[in-house]
Design a protein around this ligand. Structure first.
Ligand SMILES: Cc1cc2nc3c(=O)[nH]c(=O)nc-3n(C[C@H](O)[C@H](O)[C@H](O)COP(=O)(O)OP(=O)(O)OC[C@H]3O[C@@H](n4cnc5c(N)ncnc54)[C@H](O)[C@@H]3O)c2cc1C
Length: 448
């Protein structure tokens, strides 16, 4: 299909009412541009979403660190400068979580849904969209924000348009448990290194023999199979717990079960390992097991996770599940403005770009909204400045030098302009002052 000139008289379509699509719609609205936002739920559900709410968080309820020394904290400062709407809403739904921005997922989704529904410039259509090529043929601007679980028909159309089968990986969700039945004689509340409030996390401490038995049970447990034609490709930043167990005796203990910074009040010393539990709701009815994404069969999750000290009697309210996630091979097909090279009226955003995680989805949604508004106003789309976090993400995304383009969240390693030593030592002040110059440049360009 040939690219056609942009018809600025047609309102843009945003496909997918997830994190990225909602941020894009609100950014367009903030610039006085009306859009149509298409969301297929509840008529058609994905394998991971469970509600009809917009911006549903499918797994963890953490937006990661707000500490500006960390890459994710620096990114949040930048998004604040740019007027990110979902980040503002997230802070209104904050739960205790130490330095991390942990949120009540239901409240967040409800607030985003209400904000979109009340916005006179956003028309919400609850329909599945599978008309990509026909819409592009009219010259309409389309923002594709359908995420890693894009419906099959639309994925097929996109693959044909890009002349490429795209990429995939497997990702899993963590179980959520009821707080009833937690044995508080064993489980203790404490934030690691006492960061944040003392009750922000609960910890289930393991003795060495308990940890070894737990690991052995994980390794022997039955798992759900993946598609026969696929390789079992995983996102290294978020590995299933059984995969961590498989990688070695110490892998879990140095990862999500690390006991560092914790002191078990029963023994007065650091436990051998510890599972952390994070609040799921303001009523304290539910908690998630931090870092416990899994593809264990449901019965096996009941059996094996009951071996965690203090959780012997708890019920799993939502089981962990494995999903196949699709994304485009961005270095081949995309521009650093989020436009598709051969079809510049098509903007791809969110996890579909291969940039991983909730914060990447929100960040690219924001840039998609800015660039869509620039294109529709007859301006050139913006490539964010190199020294900004968004700029670094775009450069990473289109870099032709990847051996294999793998899903990646924003990290300091993407700030290529930083001397290696500064990056490694996380010289926050220096990084921040350079980034602030880039933000000034960017604020001028986005016209805020
Ligand atoms: C199982 C799983 C677990 C994850 N866990 C985490 C995690 O713990 N932490 C983290 O940071 N990231 C996680 N991610 C990655 C990623 O951050 C999320 O998927 C995030 O929601 C991506 O945002 P998005 O806007 O790109 O897509 P989504 O938020 O998924 O939104 C896409 C929307 O498009 C809709 N849609 C799809 N096809 C169509 C169509 N044809 N027509 C209309 N609507 C359509 C979907 O219903 C959905 O609402 C996970 C992803 C998956 C799949």
């Amino acid at each position: 299909m040939q690219a056609v000139p942009l018809d600025r008289s047609l309102p843009p379509l945003i496909i997918g009412g997830g994190l990225s699509g909602c941020e894009a719609a609100l950014q367009l609205s903030a610039r006085g541009i009306a859009s149509e936002l298409w969301e297929m739920r509840p008529a058609v559900m994905t394998e991971a979403h469970v509600s009809e709410g917009l911006a549903e968080l499918v797994c963890s309820n953490s937006f990661k660190s707000e500490d500006p020394v960390r890459a994710q904290g620096l990114l949040k400062l930048e998004l604040d400068k740019l007027g990110c709407r979902l980040l503002q809403i997230a802070r209104e739904c904050r739960l205790p979580g130490g330095a991390a921005l942990v949120l009540d997922r239901e409240q967040f989704s409800a607030k985003v849904t209400n904000t979109i529904e009340a916005d006179p410039l956003v028309t919400l259509r609850r329909e599945r969209f599978e008309d990509l090529q026909a819409q592009l043929a009219t010259g309409r601007l389309v923002i594709l924000a359908t995420g890693p679980l894009t419906s099959d028909g639309l994925w097929q159309q996109l693959s044909e348009l890009l002349g490429d089968g795209g990429c995939y990986f497997y990702d899993a969700t963590s179980p959520v448990i009821s707080t009833k039945g937690i044995n508080h004689d064993v489980v203790f509340s404490q934030s690691r290194y006492d960061k944040g409030g003392g009750d922000d996390y609960l910890n289930c401490p393991f003795e060495k023999d308990e940890y070894e038995a737990f690991r052995a049970a994980l390794l022997a447990a039955e798992v759900y199979p993946i598609n026969a034609a696929d390789k079992y490709l995983l996102f290294e930043g978020c590995l299933p717990i059984e995969e961590l167990a498989n990688r070695g005796e110490g892998t879990m203990r140095h990862g999500c079960l690390k006991p560092k910074g914790l002191v078990d009040p029963r023994t007065g010393r650091m436990p051998y390992a510890a599972v952390q539990l994070r609040w799921e709701d303001a009523f304290q009815n539910a908690m998630s097991l931090v870092g416990f994404q899994t593809r264990l069969r449901f019965g096996e999750q009941d059996r094996v996770f009951a071996m965690i000290p203090g959780l012997e009697q708890v019920k799993i309210m939502r089981y962990g599940r494995m999903h196949r996630n699709s994304y485009v091979e961005a270095p081949k097909v995309m521009l650093p403005t989020l436009q598709v090279r051969e079809h510049p009226n098509l903007i791809i955003t969110g996890q579909l770009t291969g940039l991983e995680g909730y914060m990447s989805a929100i960040s690219t949604g924001l840039l998609a909204g800015i660039n869509a508004s620039r294109l529709l106003s007859g301006n050139e789309p913006q490539i964010p400045p190199e020294k900004s976090c968004l700029g670094a993400m775009m450069q990473f995304m289109v870099n032709p030098g990847h051996k294999e383009y793998r899903p990646t969240a924003f990290q300091y390693g993407m700030l290529k302009w930083l001397p290696e030593k500064v990056r490694r030592d996380r010289k926050a002040d220096l990084i921040r002052s350079e980034a602030e110059n880039a933000w000034l440049e960017m604020e001028l360009l986005v016209g805020r």
